[in-house]
Design a protein around this ligand. Structure first.
Ligand code: G4P
Length: 189
């Protein structure tokens, strides 16, 4: 998606560890007008899929998901990384964290996901794919249908995209980074 690629080139910053900082427009300070363009593009891509729910994970996926959800006219369900006391009856899955190390649990209340749902997962980054596979596992536990995943930025030089697509999950990434270094960012088209 051209405007997202241009924004990454203009405002993104590379730091060590193959990390792209996008906190000027995507996951700290957020640009809702850009989110709306991204939401409209996801709506175009998943137009015929009768999506009933968007599933994301706290925290950076929430803003993009809420704006995208307006274009689909459906609610957003945000998986939690900490189990609050009032979250009783939950689906639980384990997610390995590449950047932080270790494994953490992810929770979704059973009340909000059921076999009638057709779910689109949305997240800001696809790197190793662990968060996405965790969310896919929760959808499977619920008996709902996973229609696919809409990702803002996929880092194609990490294993996630291939892992998730090899499992038969449709992944649509709005910007796919083939490589990035001090000489610049190369996008896949
Ligand atoms: P994975 O889900 O694809 O396996 O992600 P990974 O373990 O590799 O990364 C863990 C966290 O780091 C995720 O956020 C992911 O969105 C984020 N991340 C991965 N690569 C980049 C990058 O190049 N730039 C930035 N800014 N973030 C990256 P999280 O732990 O779920 O935290 P949150 O930010 O959603 O709260």
């Amino acid at each position: 998606m051209k405007i997202l690629e241009e924004r990454i080139e203009k405002d993104g910053k590379l730091i060590e560890g193959n990390i792209l900082l996008v906190d000027k427009f995507l996951n700290h300070q957020m640009d809702p007008f850009l989110f709306l363009e991204m939401g409209l593009e996801l709506k175009r891509l998943f137009e015929d899929e009768n999506i009933t729910k968007i599933l994301t994970i706290e925290s950076s996926g929430i803003g993009i998901s809420c704006v995208a959800a307006l274009t689909f006219g459906v609610p957003v369900l945000s998986a939690k990384k900490n189990k609050a006391k009032n979250l009783r009856d939950c689906y639980v899955t384990q997610v390995a964290s590449f950047t932080r190390g270790g494994v953490y649990d992810v929770f979704v209340a059973r009340d909000y996901l059921n076999p009638d749902d057709r779910v689109l997962i949305i997240d800001d980054f696809l790197a190793e794919g662990n968060a996405l596979l965790g969310l896919a596992d929760i959808v499977k536990q619920s008996g709902a249908t996973l229609v696919g995943a809409g990702i803002a930025i996929e880092k194609a030089f990490q294993a996630g995209g291939e892992r998730v697509r090899n499992m038969g999950i449709r992944v649509e990434s709005l910007a796919i980074i083939e490589s990035m270094n001090d000489n610049g960012i190369v996008f896949r088209h």
